[in-house]
Design a binder for this molecule. Structure first.
Ligand SMILES: [Zn+2]
Length: 399
């Protein structure tokens, strides 16, 4: 099966049939990959597989008008495109992207070059049995035979949740329960300087903990226990086939030097017990939240957020994906909650660890420092007197 794209005119007339999806996503993929890979990339290195809609909360619904191409995504059966890139036998990239995001630059360039573009209003994505050799090419390049993609496309099934039932609420009958938010206990004050930084962190590990460029004040500063940094950067065995992840646990403080900022001390990164990577590359299930809740019942700490892996090298421009950001916004709603990201380069296994938090409608990189494991932040916070005096904000950004 192969993935093709049709471009539609008024009244669903077909203006261009079965464009090769690999060529359509090519401009998007080129933007995402590092320069070293970009120069060698050909459409046949790309595998595109559409992923069906999974629920009512799909971010692609209703079908949006794409900003560059001005086309509407019609008959939007697929929410995501799973894109894998293999260059000379090495998998250099694989990830889910929203359909619109992945195809828009390619459609825009098709429209620029095509005389029929004026009448184009929409596009569809579909799977075909035919080989891509017989599909139309975006440019006049000779059609190429498709390459076997089976080895690139591995999915882990989302686990079935036991005891789940669909409930159809009866609007005539008032609910017998109420749902309300439990107020978060306020975060105590602490100073970032109270946390002793690990200055002699093993260079092999610290190179993984990437410093962020100086910028505007970040909403959260992550202070990562040495044990967690070492695990995520080096010792934990992550799958090279599917993205994995779990929960970040620890403590949270308000920065007494910048009260609008939080200090999130990450003391543990626990693997999600029941994460399925079948559709949205990394999905938390109700069971995994139950498990972490039970765990926190017996352990000190709070749910600070989540982390997951990307199976391609980190680049400056590409951090959390368009799938990750809505997941964070809908699942981790407290302003100080973090999204940790471990980029793993497929060939070298080199890892880069980053942290993000919400700022307005975006996720921004957070400064992070490595602190000794077993730091007793609670006691340190007790030692800190609440103070409203404004001190110079020299600790706004890492030096
Ligand atoms: Zn991701």
């Amino acid at each position: 099966m192969n993935t093709v794209i049709d471009i539609l005119g008024p009244g669903n007339t077909v203006l261009a049939e079965a464009l090769d999806s690999r060529e359509v996503v090519m401009p998007f993929v080129l933007r995402t990959l590092s320069a070293a890979v970009r120069s060698r990339l050909r459409p046949r290195d790309i595998t595109v597989r559409p992923v069906p809609l999974v629920g009512p909360n799909d971010p692609d619904a209703p079908a949006p008008v794409l900003p560059l191409s001005q086309l509407t995504y019609r008959k939007a059966h697929y929410a995501y495109l799973y894109i894998a890139v293999q260059v000379r036998g090495d998998v250099v990239y694989r990830h889910h992207h929203r359909v619109g995001e992945a195809v828009d630059p390619g459609l825009a360039s098709w429209l620029e070059r095509n005389p029929r573009a004026e009448r184009a209003v929409a596009f569809t994505v579909r799977r075909v049995e035919q080989s891509l050799a017989s599909t139309r090419s975006l440019a006049s390049a000779p059609a190429r035979s498709p390459r076997s993609s089976r080895s690139l496309l591995r999915f882990r099934r989302a686990p079935a949740v036991e005891g789940a039932a669909d409930i159809e609420p009866n609007p005539q009958r008032p609910a017998e329960f109420r749902i309300r938010r439990i107020a978060e206990p306020p975060a105590p004050l602490a100073k970032r300087g109270q946390f002793v930084h690990v200055t002699e962190f093993d260079p092999a590990d610290s190179s993984c903990v990437e410093p962020i460029p100086a910028g505007p004040t970040r909403p959260v500063a992550a202070l990562v226990a040495e044990t967690v940094a070492r695990e995520l950067c080096r010792t934990r065995q992550f799958s090279r086939e599917v993205e994995e992840g779990g929960f970040l646990l620890g403590h949270v403080y308000r920065d007494s030097l910048a009260p609008e900022r939080h200090l999130a001390v990450v003391t543990e990164a626990v693997q999600a017990e029941q994460s399925g990577a079948s559709l949205l590359h990394f999905v938390f299930t109700g069971d995994s939240f139950e498990a972490v809740k039970r765990y926190l019942h017996h352990h000190d700490g709070r749910l600070l957020g989540w982390y997951h892996t990307h199976l391609f090298p980190a680049t400056a421009s590409f951090g959390l994906s368009s799938v990750d950001v809505p997941l964070h916004f809908t699942t981790f709603r407290i302003p100080w909650q973090l999204a940790g990201l471990v980029n793993i380069a497929p060939r070298t296994g080199e890892r880069v660890l980053r942290f993000y938090a919400r700022q307005g409608n975006a996720m921004v990189r957070c400064a992070h420092d490595v602190v000794p494991a077993g730091t007793d932040p609670v006691r340190m916070a007790d030692a800190e007197e609440p103070s409203h005096s404004k001190e110079p904000s020299h600790s706004e950004e890492p030096s």
